[in-house]
Design a protein around this ligand. Sequence first.
Ligand code: GRF
Length: 218
Amino acid sequence: MLKIGVLVSGSGSNLQSIIDKIEQGGLSAQISIVICNNPQAFALERCAKHGIPTALMSHKDFPDRNDFDRKMAEILKGHGVELVVMAGFMRVLSPAFLQEFPMRVMNIHPALLPSFPGLHGQKQAFDYGVKFSGCTVHFADSGVDTGPIIIQAIVPVFDDDTEDTLAARILEQEHRIYPQAIQFFAEGKLEVKGRKVIIKGHPRLGPAAIHNPPVTDF
Ligand code: GRF
């Protein structure tokens, strides 16, 4: 059983989707530890409810990022973590941390990378006026939302959307693709070749394009 460590800072709805998928038997992983850097995070209540061990670490208690990351790596290794899952963790990881877990740290971003990286991906896409947005699960590297892409989901943007309705539509898909990406990893299906992540032994998408708005006969 794949041992995962989840890093959170906030609501933890992605964490919840992972917990639910594990409890349903669809995800062959166990959450060995959740590390949280925010004492107010609702994610902590979710862990308490499901009996998942947590470590609360405020980065403010550490002199610098490297010390904080070193401690995190120590806790994760101490729990036998094989895959680190960033789920709304509002910190960039140091190169030293990433070296401890090479191609073993995943992140989720609420936009179709490489468009709209960084904070507020949903708002950036909404303000830009795109007709599609979505979300991306990728391996973390030392950049901001730049690592090799594992899976993406696309959602349409409608004329009457608000930033919030779009964000909700994206979040629903985050909850589908994150457990799937972790399950790919657990099954040993992910092969990283440079920037490309090959998913072995999984059906491929059909060739049909999608248009928004739909292209009609005219
Ligand atoms: C999500 O939108 C995720 O894509 C981003 O941070 C948000 C976390 O939400 N990285 P939650 O804490 O999982 O509800």
